[in-house]
Design a protein around this ligand. Structure first.
Ligand code: SF4
Ligand code: SF4
Ligand code: FES
Length: 662
C-alpha cells in the first residue's frame, strides 16, 4: 500500500509529507536549514552526530529527537530552533570544534550553530589535521550499502572510537570502487592512485556512486547480476521462448529448470562477492565455481576453479540438448582451458548434432561418437579431440561454414537443409538466442560487421519483451543507433553490462524508443568520458566518433569479402521454422500469423504450403529491414558505405574511397 500523505507543522508552517518518511526530509523540503554531520542523502541514517536534533510535540508530549532518523507522524509539531535545541546544538558544536578545530565542515557547521571557539573542549584528543576523520560513518555506510561489504568499520568506544579495517589490515575484498572516498566530507579517505590520471576524478566518482546506488537497490529486484551474474536470464529466455534448444529448433524446454540460475546459485557458485573483474565495479556479475572435480580430459580427477558459467555457456549447452549442470561446468572449464569460445563450440556442435540426427553424417564420420542431441559425454570427447587435433574433432573444429560447404560439396543429404540449419553468418557461429520472432534481432546479429554476436546490436529484449521498437521504422532506427552506441563503448574498452542490465527505477518515464537507450546510463558513460579526457560528449558527437570506426570496419569487411548484402543474410533457421517438426511445435503461433498478417486460412493449407508461405513472407520482411537499415546508415542497397558518407564523416582517405561505393 502506498504511504499516505499527512500534515505536520514545522516552525508554525504547515507541511504535507508522506507518513513514516524521515523528519529531515520534511524540514529540508520546507526550505529550513538544519546543521548535520552524519546525514547523507544517498545513505540510510546513522543518527550519531546529534546535530540535527529538533524538538517535537506529539500527543501532548514534548521531546528532543534526531530529525535524520525520526519518522514523521500525523499532527506532529516540530521546532528546529527552540531554546532547548539551540542550546543543545551549541554544546555539541563546541565539542566538535574542540576536537577537530581545523576541519572545514566542522568549522562550517559550528558557525551555523553560532559557535566560533571550541577551546573549552580542547584535549589530548584534539586533532589539528584539516582532513581528520570526524567519525561521521558515511564511508562505513557507503561500503555496506553500495558494495555490500564491511571493509571499513568503527572500533573502540566513546572517545576512543576510530575508523579501521578488520584487524587493522588491508582487506583484499575492497574492490577499490572509491565510494567511501567520495562520500567522506573531510578528505580523510583519499584516492592515492588515480590509475589513468583522469582529468576530473570527482565527476567520475559522482556518476560511479549513482551506479553503485542503483546496484545496491535495483539489481536485486531487476536482474540479480550480483547474485547469479548473466545466468539470471536462463529462465527468462526459456519463458519467452528465446533459449536456444537443439540447434535453435526450439526456444524452451521442460528440463531448463535443471540448469537455471537457481541451480547454479544453490549448487555451484561459490564466489558471489564483488570480485572485481573490473576493478571497482560493484555489479560484480562474474561468478565462479570452486573445487569442481573434473570427470574427463587431461585434468580428470583434479579439483579446479571454473570461471562461470554465464548465460551464454548455459545456452550453448541447451542448444546441444544438454541439461546436465555438471556437464555445463565441465564444458565451460575445458572451453576456457583450450582457448575455445563456448558459443562457437556449442553452436558448431549443435549443428553437427542436427546433421547427425538427420543422417547427413553418421558414426562412420564421427569416429563412432553418438552425436545425438543431449549426448553430453560425446560432446566432451569431441571437445578433447578438437583440442588435440584428432579424429572428428579436426573437422568439427573448422566451424560451421567449412562443414556446410564440405558436406554440400560431398552431396550429403539435402543441401538446402544444411544451409538452413547451419547457424553462422560471415563464418561466425550464432550467439545463444533464438531470433526467429524478432526481425530486429535477426538483422542486429546478421548485419553485424563481425558476424552474429551482440557486440553491435542485441535487440531481442527491446523488440520482444519490452515492445519498445514496434514499427518497421523503429527497428531501422534501432539498427542505426545501437550498433554505433555499442561500437562506441567497445572501442573505449568500457563494459556494456552497467549500461542496460539494470535500469533506473523511473526509466519508463521516457517514450519507448528513448527508454530503450536508457538515457541516464548513456549519460554516465558520457560523464566518464568527460572525467577521463576533459572533453564534453553528447549523443551527436558519440555517434560521429563511432560511425567513423563502424564504416571503416564495414569497408574492411568489404575488402575481405564479407561486407555486402549477401553476407548479411542469415540461414533461414534464424528467421523462421525450417522443419515440419519445428513448425508444428509452435503451430498455433505460426498459423495465427498466417491468418493475421497474411490473411490466409491455415485450415485450408497443407503443412508444406504453410511453411512455404511463412518463409516467403519472413524472408521478404528481412530484405526490407536490410533496405531500411542500409539507407539509414548511408550505405548502398548492396550494403556498402558510400563515398559521400565517408566525406561526411571526415574519413575520405584514398584507401577507403577505393573500397566505397559511388
Ligand atoms: S573502496 Fe569501495 S569496497 Fe573499498 S572500502 Fe571503499 S567503499 Fe568499500
Ligand atoms: S573517513 Fe571520512 S567518511 Fe569515514 S567516518 Fe571518517 S570522516 Fe566520515
Ligand atoms: S545528522 Fe542526524 S544525527 Fe547526525
Amino acid at each position: 500500500m502506498a504511504p499516505r500523505k499527512i500534515d505536520i507543522t514545522i516552525n508554525d508552517q504547515k507541511v504535507t509529507v508522506l507518513e513514516d518518511s524521515y523528519l529531515i526530509k520534511a524540514i529540508i523540503g520546507a526550505g529550513i536549514a538544519l546543521p548535520t554531520l552524519c546525514h547523507h542523502k544517498d545513505l540510510t541514517p546513522n543518527g550519531t552526530c546529534r546535530l540535527c536534533m529538533c524538538e517535537i510535540e506529539l500527543k501532548g508530549r514534548r521531546r528532543l529527537v534526531t530529525a535524520c532518523n525520526y519518522p514523521v507522524r500525523e499532527e506532529m509539531t516540530v521546532w528546529t530552533k527552540s531554546e532547548r535545541v539551540v542550546k543543545h546544538r551549541k554544546v555539541l558544536a563546541e565539542m566538535y570544534l574542540g576536537r577537530w578545530p581545523n576541519v572545514p565542515v566542522i568549522q562550517d557547521v559550528a558557525r551555523r550553530c553560532g559557535v566560533t571557539d571550541g577551546s573549552a573542549f580542547a584535549s589530548d584528543l584534539t586533532d589539528p589535521n584539516p582532513k581528520a576523520c570526524i567519525l561521521c560513518g558515511h564511508c562505513v555506510k557507503a561500503c555496506e550499502e553500495f558494495i555490500q561489504e564491511r571493509i571499513l568499520d568503527f572500533a573502540g568506544r566513546g572517545i576512543l572510537r576510530h575508523l579501521t579495517m578488520p584487524f587493522g589490515e588491508t582487506d583484499p575484498h575492497c574492490i577499490g570502487c572509491t565510494s567511501c572516498a567520495f562520500v567522506c566530507p573531510t578528505g580523510a579517505i583519499q584516492v592515492v592512485e588515480e590509475l589513468n590520471h583522469p582529468v576530473d576524478v570527482r565527476l567520475i566518482q559522482r556518476h560511479g556512486m549513482k551506479v553503485n546506488a542503483e546496484m545496491a537497490t535495483l539489481d536485486k529486484v531487476q536482474c540479480r547480476m550480483r547474485e547469479v551474474g548473466t545466468a539470471n536470464i536462463v529462465e527468462v529466455m526459456d519463458k519467452y521462448d528465446l533459449l536456444p534448444v537443439m540447434n535453435y529448433k526450439f526456444g524452451s524446454h521442460p528440463e531448463t529448470y535443471k540448469v537455471d540460475s537457481k541451480v547454479l546459485k544453490e549448487r555451484y557458485f561459490t564466489q558471489n562477492s564483488p570480485d572485481g573483474c573490473w576493478f571497482g565495479c560493484s555489479m560484480s556479475c562474474a561468478k565462479a565455481v570452486d573445487g569442481y572435480e573434473l570427470r574427463t580430459g587431461p585434468y580428470k580427477g583434479q579439483r579446479v576453479t571454473v570461471d562461470g558459467p554465464e548465460y551464454e555457456t548455459v545456452g550453448a549447452c541447451t542448444n546441444m540438448g544438454c541439461f546436465d549442470p555438471d556437464f555445463i561446468v565441465e564444458f565451460n572449464f575445458y572451453c576456457d582451458t583450450y582457448g575455445i569460445d563456448v558459443i562457437s563450440a556449442g553452436t558448431g556442435i549443435a549443428f553437427v548434432m542436427e546433421c547427425f540426427e538427420a543422417g547427413v553424417i553418421t558414426k562412420a564420420d564421427t569416429g563412432g561418437l553418438d552425436l545425438s542431441f543431449g549426448a553430453c559425454d560425446s560432446v566432451l570427447e569431441l571437445l578433447h579431440q578438437m583440442s588435440r587435433g584428432e579424429g572428428f574433432g579436426v573437422e568439427c573444429g573448422q566451424g560451421i561454414r567449412w562443414l556446410k560447404e564440405k558436406w554440400i560439396r560431398e552431396g550429403r543429404g539435402d543441401a538446402q537443409f544444411i544451409r538452413d540449419v547451419g547457424m553462422e553468418v560471415k563464418g561466425l557461429e550464432f550467439s545463444e538466442y533464438v531470433s526467429k520472432e524478432s526481425l530486429a534481432q535477426q538483422a542486429g546479429y546478421s548485419m553485424a560487421v563481425k558476424g552474429p554476436q551482440h557486440d553491435e546490436a542485441w535487440l531481442i529484449f527491446m523488440d520482444m519483451v519490452n515492445n519498445q521498437i514496434p514499427s518497421f521504422e523503429d527497428k531501422a532506427e534501432a539498427l542505426y543507433y545501437f550498433p554505433l552506441w555499442r561500437t562506441w563503448f567497445g572501442l573505449h574498452g568500457l563494459c556494456k553490462i552497467v549500461w542496460n542490465d539494470v535500469a533506473p527505477a523511473d526509466n519508463k518515464k521516457y517514450p519507448p524508443q528513448q527508454a530503450a537507450k536508457i538515457p541516464e546510463h548513456v549519460d554516465n558513460y558520457f560523464k566518464f568520458y568527460e572525467g577521463m579526457t576533459g572533453e564534453k560528449l553528447d549523443e551527436e558527437k558519440m555517434l560521429a566518433q563511432s560511425a567513423r570506426v563502424h564504416n571503416l570496419q564495414r569497408l574492411m569487411s568489404v575488402m575481405f569479402g564479407f561486407g555486402r548484402r549477401e553476407d548479411d543474410v542469415p540461414p533461414y533457421r534464424a528467421i523462421g521454422p525450417v522443419t515440419a517438426e519445428e513448425y508444428l511445435s509452435r503451430a498455433e503461433r505460426y498459423d495465427g500469423q498466417l491468418k493475421s498478417v497474411l490473411g490466409l486460412d491455415p485450415e485450408k493449407m497443407t503443412l508444406d504450403e504453410k511453411r512455404a508461405a511463412l518463409r516467403t513472407h519472413r524472408e521478404a520482411q528481412y530484405q526490407k529491414v536490410m533496405d531500411a537499415a542500409y539507407a539509414r546508415r548511408g550505405w548502398t542497397p548492396d550494403g556498402v558505405p558510400t563515398k559521400a558518407r565517408l566525406r561526411e564523416l571526415g574519413i575520405d582517405l584514398p584507401e577507403l574511397l577505393a573500397l566505397a561505393a559511388d
